[in-house]
Design a protein around this ligand. Structure first.
Ligand code: ZN
Length: 126
């Protein structure tokens, strides 16, 4: 999978001629991070664009980046590619609504929790 290393690379990777539409698929809006069970993930219409996870790094940082006082699940939180949880995300494209989405897995206790957030270029920062 293609490793996307910077904000510029991420913006380039999701640049598209087809404008994103208001969500028409099962994903929901996901403006901020949302839990999305595996069975709700519409795999057939999703393709991977790349990953923000550096495989050379054993454990990516858990540090978050919120210079404007946002929180983890704020819809307007920046997508800071080197910070948690973006540094462990895969980037996906939905063929139905043309949106790009970030996804990672939260491992806690006995269960795994898939988290999904819509990706828009204006939120991406280094
Ligand atoms: Zn969609």
């Amino acid at each position: 999978m293609k490793f996307i290393e910077s904000a510029d690379e991420l913006r380039a990777a999701i640049a598209s001629d087809q404008p994103a539409q208001a969500c028409s698929c099962a994903l929901g809006s996901c403006a901020g991070w949302e839990s999305l069970a595996e069975y709700r993930w519409p795999q057939q219409q999703m393709t991977t664009v790349g990953t923000l996870r550096d495989v050379e790094q054993y454990e990516p940082s858990f540090e978050e980046y919120h210079p404007q006082g946002t929180r983890y699940d704020s819809p307007d939180a920046p997508v800071a590619v080197k910070f948690f949880p973006y540094n462990r995300c895969e980037v996906w494209h939905c063929s139905q609504c043309q949106r790009h989405l970030l996804r990672y897995t939260e491992f806690g206790g006995y269960n795994v929790d898939h988290r999904v957030r819509m990706l828009t270029p204006d939120k991406i920062v280094d």
